[in-house]
Design a protein around this ligand. Structure first.
Ligand code: AMP
Ligand code: GLY
Length: 421
């Protein structure tokens, strides 16, 4: 028996999910909304606005969809999974109440307090003056975060008190009901850990590290991620088990106790401090571009895993992973994460060999061919027996892309190739 799947989203993460789902013997028809030209090679694209829950439900009924997979956080925080569940349609992705783990930093910090989960000390503030008083008392460095979803732009690691005060003003500028979270500044390398959760149990789904800054040497502004590799060489089996025990499982228990069991991908951003691993933040979906490297390494069939998390239990599932590491290099439009041109021509994409894929993140088709249609545009991904070789293959493909208006970092995975920290 096969099932028909609807995938929500249009980025490189969703292209990787579509590419992986397409390999499932359990898959019937695969639809994607809204998708992109890369996803179109794997799925039938449907014109649906994910914010229009009634329209998504109506499509699922008409097409007899057996599972909806929601890629990005915005529809989850807006309650798309609730609307589908209420209509009896299986959905992989958390409810609105459970998506608060990403949608509200204050909510997550309070849950950490309640469950004694290691994280930075913090305070929550709903007016600028008391936040500023706190900064003056605590001093710098200090971290200022807008409470809600901010597409990776809501965090300032302030080196000085003045910088923190300015960030607080930014958070409150013109916004009614705004809240900021002020945090102690933690120090250490960062790594990400992914789990697929069914409300009760967490199935470890690998580790990764990404590169958030725009330019080589971790310089320049923060971005959504300029590249990633998996696994993280920092996350030893012992450390991984400690994170599951001290951070992930208490979180799932806390969410159950609050009547908001968490189903979906729990993505823990971790700081590996001298006192042990601490939670920086949660996301309630796969990382983008971390998903691309996880999918390159997953050898098991993804579809039954997502279906079990959505409708039953992940207990007892054993996943097969390739022992080979994977690397992805993000090619972005010149100017990203600031202003950039849209519609520039991508004149040529190279052929890929085994263990290589170019995922489309922000592309579109116009009459003349493929064009860039976003900030992050292509995710050039390779898997190989060692990281250095995966890096070499990924950059060989990058060099075969003819897109004069794009750029990428040249040092993705440098931490894993020549560890210096
Ligand atoms: P986020 O957008 O929440 O992923 O945060 C962006 C980056 O800010 C993280 O990857 C960390 O490098 C940094 N960051 C966030 N919170 C802290 C903290 N409490 N201490 C130090 N760095 C932090
Ligand atoms: N690559 C970071 C994120 O997906 O949030």
């Amino acid at each position: 028996m096969t099932i028909d799947v609807l995938l929500i989203g249009s980025g490189g993460r969703e292209h990787a999910l579509a590419w992986k789902l397409r390999q499932s013997p359990m898959l019937g028809r695969l639809y994607a909304a809204p998708g992109n030209p890369g996803i179109a090679a794997e799925a039938e694209l449907v014109t649906l606005d994910p914010a229009d829950h009634a329209a998504v439900v109506a499509f699922c009924r008409e097409a007899a969809i057996g599972l909806v997979v929601v890629g990005p956080e915005v529809p989850l925080v807006a309650g798309l999974a609730d609307a589908l569940s209420a209509a009896g349609i299986p959905v992989f992705g958390p409810s609105e109440a459970a998506a608060r783990l990403e949608g509200s930093k204050g909510f997550t910090k309070d849950l950490c307090t309640l469950k004694s989960i290691p994280t930075a000390r913090y305070g929550r503030f709903t007016d600028a003056e008391s936040a500023k008083d706190h900064v003056r008392r605590e001093g710098a460095p200090i971290v200022v975060k807008a409470d809600g979803l901010a597409a990776g732009k809501g965090v300032t690691v302030a080196a000085t008190i003045d910088e923190a005060l300015a960030a607080i003003d930014d958070c409150f500028a013109g916004e009614a009901g705004a809240e900021v979270v002020l945090e102690e500044c933690m120090i250490g390398p960062e790594a990400s850990l992914f789990c697929i959760c069914d409300g009760e149990d967490a199935l470890l789904f690998g580790t990764a590290e990404d590169h958030k800054r725009a330019f080589d040497g971790d310089e320049g502004p923060n971005t959504g991620g300029m590249g990633a590799y998996s696994p993280s060489f920092l996350m030893t089996p012992e450390l991984t088990e400690r994170v599951l025990r001290e951070i992930v499982r208490p979180t799932l228990a806390g969410m159950r106790e609050q009547g908001a069991p968490f189903r979906g991908v729990l993505y823990a951003g971790l700081m590996l401090t001298s006192e042990g691993p601490k939670l920086i933040e949660y996301n309630v979906r796969f990382g983008d571009p971390e998903c691309q490297v996880l999918m390159m390494r997953l050898e098991s069939d993804l579809l039954p895993v997502l279906l079990k998390a959505a409708t039953g239990s992940v207990a007892g599932i054993e996943l097969d992973w390739s022992p080979e590491p994977a690397v992805t290099v993000v090619m972005a439009a010149k100017g990203y994460p600031g202003a950039y041109a849209k519609g520039t021509a991508i004149r040529h994409l190279p052929e890929t060999g085994p263990g290589e894929t170019i995922f489309h993140a922000g592309t579109a088709l116009d009459g003349a061919g493929l064009v860039a249609n976003g900030g992050r545009v292509l995710n050039v991904t390779a898997r190989a027996p060692d990281v250095a070789e995966a890096v070499r293959r990924a950059y060989a493909l990058v060099d075969g892309v003819d897109w004069p208006d794009g750029f990428c970092r040249r040092d993705i995975a440098h931490r894993a190739v020549a560890p210096t920290v």
